[in-house]
Write a protein that binds this ligand. Structure first.
Ligand SMILES: NC(=O)c1ccc[n+]([C@@H]2O[C@H](COP(=O)([O-])OP(=O)(O)OC[C@H]3O[C@@H](n4cnc5c(N)ncnc54)[C@H](O)[C@@H]3O)[C@@H](O)[C@H]2O)c1
Length: 247
């Protein structure tokens, strides 16, 4: 695995940090980009302390020039980018409110980060992923995207759509594009910010009684970027404990 690079947006904490740890342990150089540069650097330092290879830096996924520069910097490490994980997203309680309460400015920021952030980073990484054997992109959607009824869910539904569109457009370059739709996973943000009543209501939608953990999402990511998923592209894999399953 030497000489391969994985870029993870929103890599400072939560899933992004866990993805960084897993991919670095699998031999990738993990590049963690986060709007909070201090957290990204701290997360990369943690990975390096375990003897793996990682870099962390500040960057906003909606900033086209900054992402072009970030991807070029990431690509310089091993001569290209092998994996892009579009994970950065807004899902704090502030952005989970009804549209009538949030107003246009907040909805615009939500779509800018959750949807256009995916477009911005994929476009910026694409030239560096072309020609890399086994290259793939994984977008982080959400079970909320399969249900409708919230601006957050709508933004994540768009991510599932973009996954199909980019899978088609990047297939000629042999770049696979898939997504993961996590259900209720108790990351720090969810643990601290989601009201207990909402957690209980969402958990009641699961078939399995167990709690969703970061490692469940990490395992799905490791599978999707691996050779074992070589014939899978354009798919959104639900990792939800059996939530909102439909035919
Ligand atoms: N935790 C869950 O239950 C759950 C469920 C479904 C989907 N998701 C999705 O998974 C992803 C990660 O979730 P999490 O729980 O780890 O979230 P989190 O809030 O813990 O981490 C998100 C990270 O993204 C960064 N970020 C935010 N805006 C950014 C921007 N504009 N540019 C760069 N970085 C930015 C934040 O600073 C933070 O470090 C999100 O896209 C979220 O919507 C989470």
């Amino acid at each position: 695995m030497n000489g391969r690079t994985a870029v993870i947006t929103g890599g400072g904490r939560g899933f992004g940090k866990a993805f960084g740890h897993a991919l670095a342990a699998a031999g990738y150089h993990a590049v963690l980009i986060d709007i909070d540069g201090t957290e990204a650097e701290a997360a990369a330092a943690e990975i390096r302390a375990l003897g793996h290879s990682a870099t962390g830096f500040a960057g906003d996924v909606t900033d086209e020039a900054a992402m072009a520069q970030a991807m070029a910097q990431a690509a310089a490490i091993n001569g290209g980018i092998d994996v892009l994980v579009n994970n950065a997203g807004l899902h704090s309680d502030e952005y989970g409110q009804p549209i009538l309460k949030m107003g246009l400015a907040k909805v615009r920021r939500l779509f800018d980060v959750n949807v256009l952030g995916v477009v911005c980073c994929t476009l910026a990484a694409h030239p560096w992923m072309k020609g890399r054997h086994g290259a793939s992109v994984v977008n982080i959607s959400s079970s909320a995207g399969h249900m409708g009824g919230s601006a957050y869910g709508d933004s994540k539904l768009a991510v599932a759509g973009l996954t199909i569109t980019f899978a088609r457009e990047l297939a000629p370059d042999n770049i696979r594009v898939n997504a993961i739709s996590p259900g209720l996973i108790l990351t720090e943000t969810i643990r601290n910010e989601l009201p207990e009543a909402t957690k209980a209501r969402v958990k009641a939608m699961q078939m399995l009684g167990t709690d969703g953990e970061e490692k469940h999402i990490v395992d799905a990511l490791v599978f999707l970027v691996s050779e074992k998923a070589a014939f899978i592209t354009g798919e959104t894999l639900r990792v939800t404990g059996g939530m909102a399953a439909g035919v």
